[in-house]
Design a protein around this ligand. Sequence first.
Ligand SMILES: Nc1ncnc2c1ncn2[C@@H]1O[C@H](COP(=O)(O)OP(=O)(O)O)[C@@H](O)[C@H]1O
Ligand SMILES: [Mg+2]
Length: 261
Amino acid sequence: MTATTQLADARISVRHVRKTFDLKGEEFVALGDVSLDVADNEFVTVVGPSGCGKSTLMNILAGLDMPSSGEALVDGDAVTGPGPERGVIFQQYALFPWLTVRKNVEFGLKTAGLNAKDRREKAEHFIDMVGLGQFADALPKMLSGGMKQRCAIARAYAVNPSILLMDEPFGALDALTRVKLQEQLLDTWSRDKRTVVFITHDVDEAVYLANRVVVMAARPGRIFEIVDVDLPYPRTEEMRLSPEFAALRNRVWNAVYHQNP
Ligand SMILES: Nc1ncnc2c1ncn2[C@@H]1O[C@H](COP(=O)(O)OP(=O)(O)O)[C@@H](O)[C@H]1O
Ligand SMILES: [Mg+2]
């Protein structure tokens, strides 16, 4: 059982991060002492019970919140705010409702200073990649939840972040849509590798996607166990039914649901 790992070539390093909130004058420890390294192009999933600090950790990596002590580093530099090398995707789709799929995807590219023609081409590429080509001119309200999330993924990918931070991105979707998006995400990642930190409360999803599964525990939020997933990519539906997958799922399941305080 490993609770921490240190890698020589880490893209992301979380070092003794502690995060406390003031709860009516009492100190509430959301993250105890979390240390974690993520390698370049690694796909790491983080799974754990509700309230164990997953989103708190994500917000710190995204630069939307600061640790109370310890630090988060990206490429060796302390994270002090959001940065273009980190794309963030949340459970709530966070699309601009008044912009079409195309304009939503183009939005970040405008900020990045691309001209209209380049924006259009790049947006088209990523909209096609997530299979929304037919809906490029539709408004978000015309799309299903799964399509909205694909749009959010296209938008995040388009600005070309080398790190993708995803906080329960498929959490609000039905099981079938979720499985499809998992496959699509892995397919995209295989063709165009990124460093991914993907938070979920779904054990199956955590194992299916990851190189490594980080299991967190609550009170205080901490890393409980890290499970290596030695299954090859591409991951397939048959793999989900294999004894190897079942063994890994059971191991992660036990770590999540039978945590001793
Ligand atoms: N801004 C905040 N103020 C006070 N408590 C917070 C705040 N953000 C999170 N918490 C608390 O910290 C704990 C961890 O929250 P969170 O990171 O959202 O957990 P998870 O994403 O694993 O469900 C929870 O008990 C939550 O209530
Ligand atoms: Mg959360």
